[in-house]
Design a protein around this ligand. Structure first.
Ligand SMILES: Cc1cc2nc3c(=O)[nH]c(=O)nc-3n(C[C@H](O)[C@H](O)[C@H](O)COP(=O)(O)OP(=O)(O)OC[C@H]3O[C@@H](n4cnc5c(N)ncnc54)[C@H](O)[C@@H]3O)c2cc1C
Length: 399
């Protein structure tokens, strides 16, 4: 749409936010012939470079394929059939297909998912305005809601039939729901993740989740030549406080085993700190406003669920919006919040359990340490416990 727009735009669905949720929703609506306008406060380069999630459940990968966004993902994504747990200098591999009836995950970065969806939208979909900040959602409880926004220094309005709040945890959509109608559930954690990107091939061919008395560590990957690595650090840590040498030393300490495995080191190209939070906003609908993804819920990243939940919400919402728009049938929209929240709470439960099992709480006692080790040992020796982890990790059904 370039820089041309009128201060009042009319569309069927106003989508606030061009993260994975907003972009996939726009694509699904384009494919069904339902028009939409996407407002994104940041510029395109920022959205395409923002380092975040990287594990796609099978249901997420299938949803992207069905949306026509799976071509590059299938060429460049790295299929992973398991993860490794490390504790007490031992390792245990959890084999997903044999425990779940064939399911696995795909490693493909959120940055790439967003690039693919942006390219699709710009090559023939409806408007996608970068640098367009939504200021407020108005009249959500009526049949003609509106979104006020600012773009290139001017204020404008999108008049629509439905609003999708896909604007992440810090967006404006949630504020349109009267507080008296909202119930929120939240847990914050006294630790965070220091995440780095390094120009070095991964040290292991699958993800490594390590529990250590000094804290959690995760060895992950972006491509065959780029590693993504994380360390548990105290809440409020500044990434600049850690030298690159200290980061490598600490990763080596926490992931070390007694069988000769070695961590590969290389140049660190980016480092940042992610706080940990669990959060759910209920309900996920207010009138004609529908909240999706991080706008409605946050999980700590230990279970790799954030991006996958956003995709689940959007698949459910797109189906309901298309049905309502075409036939007036409200059943899907009426069920939207409850359908998503069932899945969300399963992801909250799993993400919390993984976080509690693998991170060292600052107040942990020797008793707590032994409980964590007992839980890991149970997974390593009991098929039902291992299968429970594998099923939750590879994903909850999208319906
Ligand atoms: C630093 C970080 C690291 C993460 N790492 C992982 C991980 O390793 N694994 C994992 O599973 N999950 C991870 N997550 C979570 C995962 O990335 C999110 O769950 C996912 O991005 C949710 O997608 P979304 O589209 O709902 O929200 P977002 O990706 O947050 O997208 C929201 C979009 O809305 C835009 N926006 C906000 N306000 C406005 C406004 N007023 N007007 C217009 N646009 C607006 C934002 O700029 C953004 O582009 C991480 C999250 C963060 C913050």
């Amino acid at each position: 749409m370039g820089g041309k727009y009128t201060p009042v735009m009319r569309t069927t669905v106003a989508i606030i936010g061009a993260g994975p949720a907003g972009l996939l929703l726009a694509r699904l609506l384009d494919a069904a012939g339902v028009d939409s306008v996407v407002l994104e406060s940041r510029d395109r380069a920022y959205v395409e470079r923002r380092q975040r999630a990287g594990i796609l459940e099978q249901g997420t990968a299938d949803a992207l394929r069905a949306a026509g966004a799976g071509g590059r993902m299938d060429r460049e994504g790295l299929p992973h059939a398991g993860i490794e747990l490390r504790f007490a200098r031992r390792r245990h591999r959890v084999d997903f297909p044999s425990l779940t009836g064939g399911r696995s995950v795909l490693v493909y970065a959120q940055t790439e998912v967003c690039k693919d969806l942006i390219a699709l939208r710009l090559s023939g979909g409806g408007p996608l305005l970068f640098g367009a900040e939504a200021l407020a959602v108005e009249d959500a409880e009526t049949h003609r809601p509106r979104v006020r926004y600012r773009h290139e220094g001017r204020e404008g309005v999108v008049e629509c039939a439905y609003v999708a709040g896909c604007d992440g945890f810090w967006g404006v959509s949630r504020r349109a729901v009267p507080p008296a109608l909202v119930q929120t559930y939240e847990r914050t954690y006294p630790f965070a993740w220091l995440g780095v990107l390094a120009d070095v091939p991964p040290s292991h061919d699958e993800l490594v989740y390590a529990r250590h008395d000094r804290g959690f560590a995760l060895l992950s990957q972006r491509t065959p030549t780029v590693s993504r690595l994380y360390l548990q650090v105290p809440e409020g840590t500044d990434a600049a406080d850690w030298s690159h040498g200290d980061i490598w030393d600490e990763l080596e300490r926490r992931t070390g085993t007694d069988d000769g495995w070695r961590l590969r080191r290389g140049p660190i190209t980016a480092a940042s700190v992610t706080p940990m939070r669990s959060y759910v906003h209920e309900p996920m609908r207010h009138g004609r406003l529908f909240l999706t993804g991080d706008a409605a819920h946050i999980v700590p990243p230990t279970g790799a669920k954030g991006l996958n939940l956003a995709v689940g919400d959007v698949v459910t919402l797109a189906r309901a919006l298309v049905a309502h728009h075409a036939t007036g049938d409200p059943a899907g929209l009426d069920a939207y919040s409850a359908t998503c929240l069932r899945r969300v709470w399963q992801a909250e439960r799993f993400s919390y359990a993984m976080t509690a099992m693998l991170h060292r709480h600052p107040d942990a006692t020797p008793f707590d340490d032994r409980l964590q080790l007992a839980q890991l040992d149970r997974i390593a020796t009991t098929r039902s416990a291992e299968a429970d982890l594998a099923e939750a990790y590879t994903g909850f059904p999208l319906d």
